[in-house]
Design a protein around this ligand. Structure first.
Ligand code: NCD
Length: 309
């Protein structure tokens, strides 16, 4: 069983087996693509449809497809399309599907947008972020990075700090971690940004987790500290954002509290939550994490399109 022809709407569309197989494929592609692009996906088209800003996700999907020898069409900015005239998401997706794309990568501010798109499109849809809910391929690249560094995911202690309420990367990462054995998650956030009920409910029976307010307490014996940005654009009122803005910062002083130095990951972009003084430390792995996105997304596209990679 693999993911040929499948939609990836949620991280639960992957199994633990899928994760390991995609990690291996990503490793293989890293080697092959070092020399030259492949021609495996010649004639295939991937369409990126982003209703919200993106740098890494859109570009790494595009680079991945181009390196597989395929073509990329980008929907462009929403303001320049018929969405600005009031066209619905489903009509837009129907059109793109009708033009003959082989896969659609969609980012949208509304929760459930990818599910809707997957229902109307014949081509597989990959969720590249829907509102605060999920970002499954970010979790895929996060775990690929963890697996590359530790050689495993089972048995690790992972702190997830920041905006756990509005962030979609913490939820997808937590769901993904809940599929592995003996993992412990520490959710570190001020009360108003703590992890959502729906997330706790879905992982409760599968993984140990503890809630913390104070990062100094939580980081003492962590393997990984996953840092996230406060999602300013998702707050209902700007004054609420200002109450929590800058409330935590990962700097050398905080890391002194940790006995074993955790590796630091971040989906990026960062604003001010990781001090640049951390960038030069050997445990700062967030830029490497971002570049891993190309290989693991190439592995995923290859599998969805049924290609030999
Ligand atoms: C994240 C996202 O869009 O959810 N970015 C990304 O895809 N790497 C994180 C964020 O915007 O804070």
């Amino acid at each position: 069983m693999n993911l040929e022809g499948k939609d990836i709407v949620s991280v639960f569309d992957f199994s633990k087996k899928d994760f390991y197989r995609l990690f291996q494929k990503a490793e293989g592609l890293r080697e092959k693509l070092r020399k030259r692009p492949l021609s495996t996906s010649e004639g295939k088209v991937l369409t990126t449809v982003f209703f919200e800003p993106s740098t890494r996700t859109r570009l790494s999907f595009s680079y991945a497809m181009l390196k597989l020898g395929g073509k990329v069409v980008d929907f462009g900015s929403v303001a320049a399309t018929s969405v600005a005239k009031g066209e619905s998401l489903t009509d837009t997706i129907r059109m793109i599907d009708g033009y003959g794309t082989d896969v659609i990568v969609l980012r949208h501010g509304l929760e459930g947008a990818s599910r809707r798109a997957a229902e109307v499109a014949e081509a597989p849809v990959i969720n590249a972020g829907d509102g605060s809910r999920e970002h499954p391929t970010q979790a895929l690249l996060d775990l690929y990075t963890v697996w590359k560094i530790f050689g495993k995911v089972d048995g690790l202690r992972v702190g997830i700090i920041g905006d756990l309420k509005y962030g979609r990367t913490p939820s997808s990462l937590s769901y993904a971690l809940s599929m592995f054995d003996d993992v412990q998650i520490r959710f570190i956030a001020p009360e108003i940004l703590q992890v959502r009920e729906e997330v706790k409910k879905r992982i409760r029976s599968k993984v140990d987790f503890i809630l913390y307010k104070d990062p100094r307490e939580a980081i003492r014996d962590l393997d990984i500290l996953y840092v996230t940005r406060i999602q300013r654009e998702r707050f209902e009122h700007e004054h609420e954002y200002h109450r929590v803005k800058g409330i935590y910062k990962i700097d050398k002083k905080l890391l002194e509290e940790a006995e074993a130095k955790p590796i630091i990951l971040h989906p990026l972009p960062r604003v001010d939550e990781i001090s640049p003084e951390i960038d030069g430390l050997p445990n700062a792995r967030y830029f490497e994490q971002a570049s891993n996105g190309v290989f693991v997304r190439a592995a995923l596209i290859g599998e969805i399109l049924g290609l030999e990679t």
